[in-house]
Write a protein that binds this ligand. Structure first.
Ligand code: FAD
Length: 747
């Protein structure tokens, strides 16, 4: 984007010049914007006009604060003030008979161009010597300095029927403008800016304050607050969702990834499998559709470079003396190990299986989470200097041993007890493979996929395991039915998983419960009973009750039955009498403190929650071992949709990931979603991130400043300052703040 500020006086044609410059670029196929500061066009009064030029649509309508180029139409305005916000490599184009180096003291180190526009304009009959109309002459000079052709300049004039003296004056200026970079170091403007300030009636000098301190009249004043964005508040991993989305909107994937990696080392995983409570919390869904945060996270993880994003990875560390053993390498254990290693603890990660990853590897199928993504992120974690011991099962005795050889122990062994159901003797009769735990099936077929073509598979359950077992069996060629004792509404599986399972041809049999399995000589038959919903049970969901009618029982022919009835923690690893408290040290042990996290401790049942639990447990361990408290202060109030002013935003549809064709989905374990496109400089992802409202957090959009009728709200540091001497408490800044950052408070 190129931005220009024009300084002139009313009557000289500054606003028209802005429009002419914009016109010349528009004819070149650019997006343009040109406007003046309102109510300042009295003849002789100082005014500013602005031009924006870009290759893409321009959505920013604020006044320009940091122009690339400044153009000064009137000699009396040629002061250091015009350099306010000016970028040092831009041009200062002056209406002056002097050569550029005459301004060496005023504008040292800047690129300065001069043209005697007043003389040229008057000579060509444009205005009078007291009020010369210099706009078309200046257009010629500006066009030449900024690399436009003479045709561009004359074309822009012809477009608005400016002929005669305008053309000759512009051509003369084009041919005679003088331009050079002045000697000396670039200096900041010597005096504070006056431009942009709206004059009161009682002003006795331009730029001065009114004599009456009108702020005394007010009964209320604007204040600023920072609120917690609802997405941040809803993220179980504790991610700064708004922050990473803001970086994405700037096209800075590395920065987005850096922000994510501060809290979660598995953004590529979460960007694929997280149920995204942040999206459920997003205020934008009341406006049109929530931001596609999950896809943006995936994009940052896949397109950003983690080793650029986090400095120091792989570099020699000054390790602390304390060591920590982490038992279990699911998302909880990996997250705890990562955060502890970043805090310079020597970590040993002990895993029973031959590979790391927990349920992410053994349960979640590759069509939702490709193994190369998981491997890439696990490698990144382990590269932080973590010692890994796979094939190491830790029991109670070993755990106690660990407490004597490490400074602290983290237990994140997940849910190892699989619930089952008694289907009678028939399940044994039916053969070893007929009834299988869904999780065992998922783990088995990922290593050794078998063909189920022509077989009828019944899956019992309504959670993620049920959906993944059903969708995997479908991919292996089976006809699949899912039997669930409540209704689809109450299924604990992730919503999208249920929808995608149904799309893939899986039949959901709601309000049905299995009773027994038998063999009738032809093959296995599963007898089921119909259910109805009763009063809510302890889980808050309606209790399923058996129908009592005569036709309540019925048989389903099947070849395989997969059980997906839920899991629970295996507490046998802990010494008897230990009380598991999420993230807190277990009491009653003699050696080093033992902490528990992830599903083992809390059974929150999501990867993201396990990551969050792993991180905060790591911080608990750090606080115990070092005394340092890394926990942030309590979060601010959450920015609800009621504090936003959404009239500022435009409606825009959500960008969605492309998906495989249904035929491919039914036949292969290739990833179903391919994510947002990275084509054209990631324009899709950048636009999607740009839909974010940034609820409760100031983005320095200048709207409060631009709408302040008194002109007493100005940029200061990274935010704004109100001159309360003159603030009448009108509340327009608060009403125009899109994000609920400014609010009015009574005095
Ligand atoms: P786990 O991932 O279970 O990891 C525990 C680890 O400890 C394992 O590697 C295990 O081998 C190891 N271990 C166990 N005992 C010992 C021992 N004695 N010694 C050493 N190591 C041991 N969540 C989502 O957010 N999105 C999804 O799409 C999703 N899909 C799912 C699909 C399925 C089939 C299942 C079962 C769960 C799914 N979940 C999903 C839930 C999510 O996977 C879990 O909540 C999460 O993995 C829990 O992480 P964890 O680290 O606590 O435990």
């Amino acid at each position: 984007m190129i931005e220009m500020t024009i300084y002139g006086r009313g009557g000289q044609g500054g606003v028209t010049l802005a429009k002419l410059i914009a016109n010349a670029y528009f004819l070149e196929g650019k997006h343009v914007q040109a406007f003046g500061v309102y109510a300042a066009e009295r003849s002789g009064a100082p005014l500013q006009a602005y031009v924006r030029i870009d290759d893409v649509e321009i959505t920013n309508h604020n006044q320009i604060r940091t122009p690339d180029h400044v153009i000064v139409l009137d000699r009396t305005l040629t002061t250091p003030c015009v350099l306010t916000g000016h970028k040092p490599d831009g041009w200062v184009i002056l209406n002056s008979p002097e050569p550029p180096d005459a301004f060496a003291e005023l504008f040292p180190g800047r690129q300065v161009a001069t043209i005697d526009a007043t003389t040229i304009a008057v000579t060509n009959g444009l205005g009078t010597r007291t009020v010369p109309i210099v706009n078309t002459t200046m257009l010629g000079a500006v066009g030449r300095v900024l690399g436009l052709t003479l045709d561009d300049v004359t074309g822009a004039l012809a477009e608005v029927n400016f002929g005669g003296g305008n053309i000759t004056a512009a051509t003369r200026a084009f041919e005679t403008v003088r331009a050079e970079r002045l000697a000396g170091a670039v200096a900041a403007p010597a005096t504070p800016p006056k431009a942009g300030k709206i004059m009161g009636l009682l002003d006795d000098e331009v730029g001065g304050h009114p004599r009456i301190h009108t702020g005394d009249w007010t009964t209320r004043q604007p204040h600023r607050q920072q609120l917690a964005p609802p997405c941040n508040n809803g993220c179980p991993a504790g991610n700064d969702v708004r922050g990473f989305v803001e970086a994405m909107a700037k096209g800075d994937h590395n920065e987005a990834l850096r922000i994510l990696l501060e809290t979660s080392p598995l953004p590529g995983v979460c960007g694929r499998v997280c149920p995204a409570p942040c999206m459920d919390a997003c205020n934008r869904q009341e406006f049109d559709e929530s931001i596609n945060i999950r896809e943006l996270e995936r994009f940052a993880a896949d397109e950003g470079h983690p080793h650029v994003a986090i400095r120091g990875v792989g570099e020699p560390h000054r390790w602390r003396d304390e060591t920590v053993a982490v038992v279990g390498s699911g998302p909880a254990g990996l997250s705890a190990a990562y955060h502890l290693a970043r805090l310079a603890y020597r970590v040993t990660l002990l895993e029973r299986d031959s590979e790391l990853g927990g349920v992410m590897r053994t349960g979640i199928p590759a069509y939702r989470l490709p193994r190369d993504v998981l491997d890439r992120e696990i490698k990144f974690i382990v590269d932080h200097g973590i010692e890994v011991k796979t094939g190491t099962s830790v029991d109670q005795e070993e755990l106690l041993r660990l407490t004597h050889s490490f400074s602290a122990v983290f237990v994140g062994t997940g849910l190892q007890h699989l619930r089952s159901v008694d289907l009678g003797n028939g399940s044994a009769e039916a053969g070893d493979k007929t009834v299988e735990q869904g999780l065992a099936f998922l783990d088995r077929i990922r290593v050794d996929p078998e063909s189920l073509t022509g077989l009828h598979v019944i899956v019992i359950g309504g959670g993620n395991t049920a959906m993944d077992a059903a969708r995997s069996a479908r991919r292996l060629g089976a006809k699949v039915e899912v039997v669930y004792r409540r209704t689809r509404e109450q299924m604990p599986a992730i919503r999208e998983e249920i929808e995608e399972a149904v799309e893939e041809g899986i039949v959901l049999r709601e309000l049905v419960s299995p009773v027994r399995l038998r063999h009738d000589g032809v093959g296995p038959l599963l007898t089921c009973v119909r259910m109805r919903l009763g009063e809510p049970d302890d889980s808050g969901r309606p209790r399923p009750e058996q129908e009592t009618s005569e036709d309540a029982y019925f048989d389903m022919r099947c070849d395989r039955v997969l059980l997906a009835l839920g899991q629970s923690s295996d507490l046998s690893i802990l010494p008897e009498g230990s009380e598991v408290r999420n993230q807190e040290s277990l009491l009653g042990l003699t050696g080093a403190p033992v902490f528990a996290g992830g599903d083992f401790a809390a059974n929150d049942g999501t990867v993201t929650a396990a990551i969050g639990s792993g991180r905060s447990t790591a911080w608990h361990i750090h606080r115990t071992l070092s005394g340092e408290d890394l926990f942030p202060p309590p979060a601010e109030a959450v920015a609800g949709s009621d504090v936003l002013h959404t009239h500022v935003f435009s409606h825009a549809p959500r960008a969605e990931s492309k998906t495989l064709s249904m035929k491919e989905r039914r036949q292969s374990f290739t990833e179903v979603r391919s994510g947002l496109s990275a084509a054209d400089n990631s324009v899709e992802a950048v636009a999607e991130a740009g839909r974010c409202f940034s609820c409760g957090v100031c983005t320095v959009c200048d709207r409060c400043m631009d709408y302040c009728p008194e002109g007493i709200l100005l940029r200061s540091g990274g935010g704004y300052e109100v001159d309360f001497e003159y603030c009448k408490g009108c509340g327009i800044c608060a009403a125009e703040c899109p994000r609920g950052v400014i609010y009015m408070a009574d005095l």
